[in-house]
Design a protein around this ligand. Structure first.
Ligand code: DOR
Ligand code: ZN
Length: 343
């Protein structure tokens, strides 16, 4: 196949940051995606509908002239979120989901939830309002091995949560294990998952190839090859419970290449091409449109996009760095060749 035209996709998990960083990265997402679920882990986080409205305005102001892009906003759940905020969020129409970070799990999660049971009152309101819950599904206990944190979260927290709130719509975000795939397959129709390009293309070996590779470090961390294969199978299976969410998470070069580097892979520049390569590797390009453009809007009960994008078979080199703030930003797989290009 030399050319692939699909319905314009959306990104159901994206970090856009704020200020100069936002202005630098937003054009990349807007070129590829019509809409994105925008993560609320700013400093300070987006905790109220008023915060989300102001952040949305800043995003809209940063869209390059001539591009169309719709930010779908989220609220950051804390121990102190009020049920009234959920009702206001639903009424706002532009807040589409609420994000749960376990406190301390990842970038800017210090104000996240300290004990999931503390949020039952909120989950009850979300279930009633039909407001989706987006999960960073990892436990934070230091005694749990970093490679097992997703699996333990599913067993210890997610299964009981679903029993308590069987009608709550939940996205288990950026899944990384065959355990998560199995869990989602067995769960009721309210449960879906997003999958990133890095977890479809790389196993944890990529973190150590010829030396330590900080630009492949994200959370949840890359896992064994058998998990990558399970994710690839799920993404290309045509099952609508699995859809696209890049988790593109920009961090300036100096905050990645340092003694204690930040978690996050930057893929907004070339996300669709990366997914195309992953799907092509198992002869499943015919499944890309469903994964990238249909199942996400269907889950979020939004219309599918009316326009299309085209990828062509063409070799090009991913830049070593793209402009960001005062420092550069290193894209995922920088300096390597890609075989698909968006035209
Ligand atoms: O790798 C990650 N980066 N995982 C997250 O959960 C957060 C994200 C970020 O905001 O940088
Ligand atoms: Zn994320």
């Amino acid at each position: 196949m030399q050319k692939l035209t699909i319905t314009r996709p959306d990104d159901w998990h994206l970090h856009l940051r704020d200020g100069e960083a936002l202005k630098a990265v937003l054009p990349h997402s807007a070129r590829q995606f019509a809409r994105a679920i925008v993560m609320p882990n700013l400093k300070p986080p987006i905790r109220s509908v008023a915060d989300a409205a102001a952040y949305r305005d800043r995003i809209l102001a940063a869209i390059p002239a001539g591009e169309k892009f719709e930010p779908l906003m989220t609220l950051y759940l804390t121990d102190n979120t009020n049920p009234e905020e959920i009702i206001a969020a639903k009424a706002s129409k532009f807040v589409k989901a609420v994000k749960y970070y376990p406190a301390g799990a990842t970038t800017n999660s210090d104000l996240g939830v300290t004990d999931i049971r503390k949020c039952d009152r909120i989950f009850a309101t979300m279930q009633q309002e039909d407001m989706p819950l987006l999960l960073h599904g990892e436990v934070t206990n230091t005694e749990v091995d970093v490679f097992d944190r997703e699996k333990v979260f599913i067993e210890k927290h997610l299964m009981p949560l679903i029993s308590r709130f069987p009608k709550l719509r939940i996205v288990l975000e950026h899944i990384t294990t065959s355990d998560a795939v199995q869990f989602v397959l067995n769960a009721n129709s309210k449960i879906a998952a997003t999958i990133t390009p890095q977890h479809l293309l790389f196993s944890r070996n990529a973190l150590f190839k010829g030396g330590l590779r900080p630009h492949f470090y994200c959370l949840p961390i890359l896992k064994r090859e058998k998990h990558r294969l399970a994710l690839l199978q799920a993404a290309t299976s045509g099952n609508p419970k699995f859809f696209l969410g890049t988790d593109s998470a920009p961090h300036g070069r100096h905050t990645k290449e340092t003694s204690c580097g930040c978690a996050g892979c930057y893929s907004a520049l070339h996300a669709l091409e990366l997914y195309a390569e992953a799907f092509e590797s198992v002869n499943a390009l015919d499944q890309l449109e469903g994964f990238a453009s249909f199942y996400g809007p269907d889950f979020y009960q939004l219309p599918r996009n009316p326009d299309q994008v085209t990828l062509t078979k063409k070799t090009w080199r991913i830049p070593d760095e793209v402009p960001f703030t005062d420092v550069g930003l290193v894209p995922l797989r920088s300096g390597e060749e890609m075989t698909w290009q968006r035209i």
